[in-house]
Design a protein around this ligand. Structure first.
Ligand SMILES: [Zn+2]
Ligand SMILES: [Zn+2]
Length: 257
């Protein structure tokens, strides 16, 4: 059975006790796939028992810091596991999909300046996601949709994405950050088994209404904004009224799928 582990559940706030910025890992088949990589991604994953040497791909929704602050640490830690424990990566390369590849170029330059010149005995294949089903292997497929959370670049390039993930005959949607719930209409399509939805930019009630009217079978709130973090009364009201099974993610939580 595939399983999502929430590595960081917080939006781009100042540091919060017990919560870190957004990061999720999906274990499917015998490989791990990361969706965003906020500040503490590799630390939480490793200390919670995720085998980082089984990492096959990393999918970034957009390059805001709360979604990539742990990208450098993630690759550094995989290399560290190689050199310290002789733990070989299960594949020859890790694929990194990141909307603005030059951000990785700078990140990589910093890594090269660390100990040992960051020699990595496996490939790091970097590309921007493209609209449609842009990734597929024996465990899952990933389809990218444009999010309007960030405006397009000067040359029209898309800078923020939501992902529809299909694995073991089920469909999960990872929202990334979205401008409005309308961004998720094509992503959810006829429905989905699981919606991992950001609530940093939307009222909890709006997300619940969207889920109830778009055939979402289960809702997990991720990327919490202040409404949730401050446990405002509106959150409890929305929760009580929501007809879709839901939960609020916390760091380290498993979501069986
Ligand atoms: Zn964010
Ligand atoms: Zn953002």
């Amino acid at each position: 059975m595939a399983c999502f582990k929430i590595l960081g559940s917080c939006s781009g706030t100042e540091p919060m006790p017990g919560r870190h910025h957004t990061g999720i890992v999906l274990s499917a088949g015998d490989r791990n796939y990361f969706f965003d990589a906020g500040e503490n991604t590799s630390h939480t994953a490793y200390t919670q028992g995720v085998d980082l040497t089984l990492t096959r791909a990393v999918f970034i929704s957009h390059v805001h810091y709360d979604h990539i602050g742990g990208l450098m640490g993630l690759f550094w830690t995989i290399v560290k596991l190689h050199s310290r424990y002789g733990a070989n990566l299960a594949d020859d390369a890790v694929k990194l999909f990141i909307p603005e590849t030059e951000v990785w170029t700078h990140t990589y330059a910093i890594l090269k300046g660390t100990e040992g010149g960051f020699r990595h005995p496996f490939g790091i294949e970097v590309a921007a996601p493209s609209l449609g089903t842009f990734y597929q292997d024996e465990n899952l497929s990933v389809t990218a949709f444009e999010s309007h959370h960030m405006p397009r670049g000067e040359e029209g390039q898309i800078r923020s994405f939501s992902y529809r993930i299909e694995t073991e005959g089920k469909i999960a949607v990872f929202s990334g950050d979205v401008k409005s719930m309308e961004d998720l209409i094509p992503v959810v399509g006829d429905g989905c088994d699981l919606l991992l939805c950001e609530t940093g930019h939307h009222a909890v009630q709006d997300v619940c209404e969207f889920a109830a009217t778009h055939n979402v079978k289960r809702l997990v709130f991720v990327h919490h904004g202040r409404e949730i973090l401050e446990e405002r009364p509106t959150v409890k009201e929305a929760l009580d009224a929501c007809p879709v099974p839901l939960c609020f993610a916390c760091d380290g939580m498993d979501v069986a799928f």
